[in-house]
Each structure stands twice: as C-alpha cells, then as structure tokens.
Design a protein around this ligand. Structure first.
Ligand code: GDP
Ligand code: K
Ligand code: MG
Length: 298
C-alpha cells in the first residue's frame, strides 16, 4: 500500500461565467459540466474525479455565489455553502482585472472566516497582455491571504499543471476514493439531461431566458446494445416560449435534438435515437416540488 498517496476535495468557486466548468472539463479531459456564455448555467453540484500517481482530487463544481431571487436561486446559494463545508481546499476563479468589485470582496470575507486554504486562479489570461498580469496579482493580493495565486487559461489549457500541483500541496494523505476510470458520480441520465439543456440554451441564444429544464422520461438500451432510445422533455415557463423552442415546422427543436444527439452518442459511444418533447409549466422555478422533481435537490 502506498503511504504517500493524497486524496481530498477541491471546491471550485467564482462568479458566473468566470470559467469554472471550462476549467473542470479541461482538467478531467472529458465533458461533464456544461458550459455556455450565459451566467448560472451550472445548477447542480457536480463531482468530477481527477486521478494520477500522486493521488486523487474530487472536484466540487458549485453554482455561482449570488443573491437569491427565487426558490431556485436560494437552492443554488445553499449548494454553494454546503460545498464549502466538504472541501479541503478552495479554488477561486476570477477575471483578469485590477478592478475588484463588491461581489469579490464579499466572497473574500466569507473565505476568511472559513480557515480553508484558498488558491486563486486568475483565469482567461489569454485575453490580456502578459505585462498586465502582475498588476492583477497585486490587486487581488490586497483583499486576502491566498495560499497561491496562479494566472491561467482554462480554455487554452495554460498553466493548469500548476493548478493541479498546487491543489495536491493542500490535500491530506489518504486512500483512493474512486477507481481510476471514474470521472463523475453523476448518474448518466442527469448528464444527458444537462447536455440537452446546454444545446437548447446555445441554439436559442438570447431568445429564451433561463426558465428551461430538461427531464429524461425514458432511457433504454435496445437488446444487442448498439442503440439507446431516449425520450426527454424540455420544460419552459410560457406558451410563447414553447413556440420558439419548437420553431417553424419544428426546425428549432430538430436543431437542438441533433446537436444533443451528436454529443450524447460521443459520451455513450453508442448510437442514440432521441425524441424531444416540449411542455409548459408556469413558475416551475418557484416550486419546491418541481425543483426536486427535476433533480435539483442534491
Ligand atoms: P462558469 O459559469 O464559471 O462555469 O463558466 P463557463 O465555464 O461556463 O465559461 C463561460 C464562458 O467563458 C464560456 O464561453 C467559456 O468558453 C469562456 N471561458 C472560460 N475560460 C476561458 C479562458 O480561459 N479564456 C477565454 N478566453 N474564455 C474562457
Ligand atoms: K456559464
Ligand atoms: Mg458552470
């Protein structure tokens, strides 16, 4: 038995759209958390697992910390707070800037109370001049004591090895929690639902706000194992949204379906027959029952 093996939990925090999901996907080398240009894409606490010679890191992806406007918002804030408690180290992603707003200062205050080591990742440095990076580091250094400050680009994969090395520095010695083929503990259905939701958000662009959810109604492998039948429902808040999602003669829904099918087939390494439905459920975001029903209660 190895005695120098390390294992533990790293929580990824930071404002919506700072690149948390992109970073995690890149580290894991497989798409698990969905990404998009819209804020608050991530609703669930997703665990991904990174395994190497040195040990195992279990990543906790959190929804952005923000003020709750409805039940779903409240739920997302709660998940973020709970995730804090499970972590050994915190990975805080920020934008490359010298302007540190009230939101960041608020997060820093919370972290100071937490006693966990905080690794600051200044992400998206591919979008700024190299000479500027030092001034960002200086600006952030002033708001709290960080265990490490690492400039990186999640999108380009720049400096991510340093991120991994730094995380291991702060993990305890311990056993391997998951076997090395595991990349997530999320049920496959939930990942499939998230993939469909991502394609819907991307395809619809600015037309539909965040009021959509996806449920998987059936997911069954045909005998012989070379085809999976999936039926899923896109839930929206208004009749008018339903019309937009379906599109003229079903064109929009077809687009969403074929983009999603392509990605699901890649993940499952199987052919997929995907059927999509659209349903209206008013105010689903304010309903405890529906939030639970859609699997947002973990
Ligand atoms: P999250 O809300 O924090 O999970 O952010 P996402 O991972 O969904 O990323 C939001 C957007 O920022 C996406 O369009 C990403 O492609 C983009 N993004 C993430 N990391 C980087 C980066 O290092 N450089 C650049 N240029 N864009 C990035
Ligand atoms: K996002
Ligand atoms: Mg995300």
């Amino acid at each position: 038995m190895k005695t120098d093996y390390k294992s533990g939990f790293a929580a990824i925090i930071g404002r919506p759209n700072v690149g948390k999901s992109t970073l995690m996907n890149h580290l894991i080398g497989q798409k698990i958390a969905i990404t998009s240009r819209k804020p608050q894409t991530t609703r669930n606490k997703i665990q991904t697992v990174y395994t190497c010679e040195e040990g195992q890191i279990v990543f906790l992806d959190t929804p952005g910390i923000h003020k709750a406007k409805n039940k779903l918002g409240e739920y997302m804030v709660n998940v973020a707070e709970r995730t804090f408690k499970d972590a050994d180290v915190i990975l805080w992603l920020v934008e490359p800037t010298t302007f540190i707003g009230a939101g960041e200062r608020h997060i820093a205050e919370q972290l100071k109370n937490g006693n966990l080591p905080v690794i600051l990742v200044i992400n998206k440095v591919d979008t700024v001049k190299k000479e500027e990076v030092l001034s960002f580091i200086d600006a952030y250094r002033k708001i709290m004591d960080f265990a490490e400050i690492i400039p990186a680009s999640a999108l380009r994969g720049q400096n991510l090895e340093t991120v991994i090395t730094s995380i291991f520095k702060y993990l305890p010695y311990g056993p391997q929690f998951y076997d090395e083929d595991t990349v997530t503990d999320q049920p496959q259905r939930q990942i499939v639902a998230e993939m469909i939701r991502e394609k819907a958000l991307r395809t619809l662009e600015e037309e539909i706000p965040h009021g959509i959810a996806v449920t998987i109604d059936t997911m069954k492998e045909r005998p012989g194992g070379n085809l999976v039948d999936i039926e899923a429902t896109i839930i929206c808040e208004r009749e008018s949204h339903k019309g937009i999602i379906i599109g003229k003669q079903g064109v929009m829904l077809k687009k969403i379906g074929s983009a999603a099918r392509f990605e699901i087939e890649r993940m499952l390494e199987q052919k997929v027959n995907l059927k999509l439905w659209v349903k209206v459920k008013k105010d689903w975001r304010d309903s405890d029952y529906l939030i639970k029903n859609f699997g947002y209660d973990k």
